[in-house]
Design a protein around this ligand. Structure first.
Ligand code: ADP
Length: 324
């Protein structure tokens, strides 16, 4: 099975439902609180696994009850515990999400042990990269750790995918270690300082990224390479909650690239996973299986919002391979 290594964060999320968000100094009574598994690293590791990849997840947990909960969860998801590290002094990462009746939210993330995942940890785990095809990393961990993961992946000839979320400025040095950069429309704007997604992506390619996939929610995705720009339309689904669409997209994309699929097909597989993730509530709970992705890929093609792939007036058919 094609192997993907994911380096990133793990959190326990507490989602508090309130009628309206509290003003500074105000107390509001909440309807309920739901505890779930989160962290972009964990979400994307689970997404790559459900899409069919053999996944190694390098993350750091605390030595608290949440750390134990996360460890049991990863085991249940079929993620090996070989690369799950523990810091014996820190607390595991947690995120507090308040959501009001209108769907507006406020989020506070306490990174805890995620901040203690170091470049040295990545070096110690470097042997796990052997045999992997793709590295997938996000930005809820320290920059030095991201840099080391990308450097070692390059040295070991892995394809590198960086999901720059949450976005913060990236050096050209770091961008030149990235084969595929996957910002959403808000993130690409922060990274390039340019409001137009395609122009912003072009700037990032000029600054060293191999190619940039800008995910545009229900509008699909843009693939910006050195030569041209192409558009992948979104699948039409009944969306109820778009949380985690990007994580589902990235995990499935990494799985497909590790399978040796073309970039276009990998984006289609990512787009199917992202679309399906919006049809259920939650982040990890909503991540689809390989079978669900294949079914949407086969049945959903004709129902595309705006036809097939498009690039400067031409379209190209893509194959959506069903895994035997
Ligand atoms: P993020 O969650 O990081 O903001 P996006 O919202 O851009 O990421 O979603 C990632 C991908 O998931 C999109 O490129 C698209 O293919 C798919 N997707 C997201 N929202 C929808 C939607 N409402 N309908 C269909 N596909 C969607």
């Amino acid at each position: 099975m094609s192997k993907v290594i994911v380096v990133g964060s793990s959190n326990i999320d507490y989602t508090v439902s309130v009628e309206r968000l509290p003003r500074p100094g105000e107390t509001v009574m909440a309807r309920d609180v739901v505890q779930s598994f989160g962290g972009k690293g964990a979400n994307q590791a689970v997404a790559a696994k459900r899409a069919g990849a053999d996944v190694v997840f390098l993350t750091k947990l605390g030595a608290d009850a949440n750390g134990k909960l996360l460890e049991r969860h990863f085991s249940a998801q079929g993620l090996p515990l070989t690369a799950i590290l523990r810091d014996h002094k820190a607390a595991s990462g947690v995120a507090f999400v308040w959501i009001d009746n209108k769907g507006n939210n406020q989020i506070a993330v306490v990174p805890g042990s995620n901040r203690l995942l170091t470049a040295e940890d990545v070096r110690r785990a470097a042997t796990l990269m052997a045999g992997s095809r793709v590295l997938l990393v996000q930005m809820e961990i320290e920059s030095a750790t991201i840099h080391e993961a990308l450097t070692l992946a390059r040295r070991n000839r892995l394809m590198t995918v960086l999901n720059p979320a949450p976005a913060r400025p990236l050096s050209s040095d770091l961008l030149s270690l990235v084969d595929v950069l996957t910002p959403n429309t808000a993130e690409v704007q922060v990274l390039a300082g340019q409001p137009h997604p395609e122009d912003a992506a072009k700037i990032l390619v000029k600054r060293g990224a191999g190619s940039v996939i800008v995910t545009c929610g229900a509008e699909g995705a843009l693939l910006v390479g050195r030569q041209d720009t192409r558009r992948c339309p979104a699948f039409v689904v009944d969306t109820i909650d778009s949380t985690g669409a990007g994580d589902a997209f990235n995990g499935a994309l990494a799985c497909a690239l590790a399978d040796g699929e073309s970039m276009e097909t990998a984006i289609e597989i990512g787009a199917a996973a992202g679309a399906l993730a919006t049809t259920k509530r939650g982040a990890q709970e909503a991540i689809p299986s390989r079978r669900e992705i294949e079914e949407l890929g086969e049945g959903g093609r004709r129902a595309r919002r705006c036809g097939a792939w498009a690039s400067a007036g031409q379209s190209s058919p893509t194959r959506f391979a069903r895994r035997r």
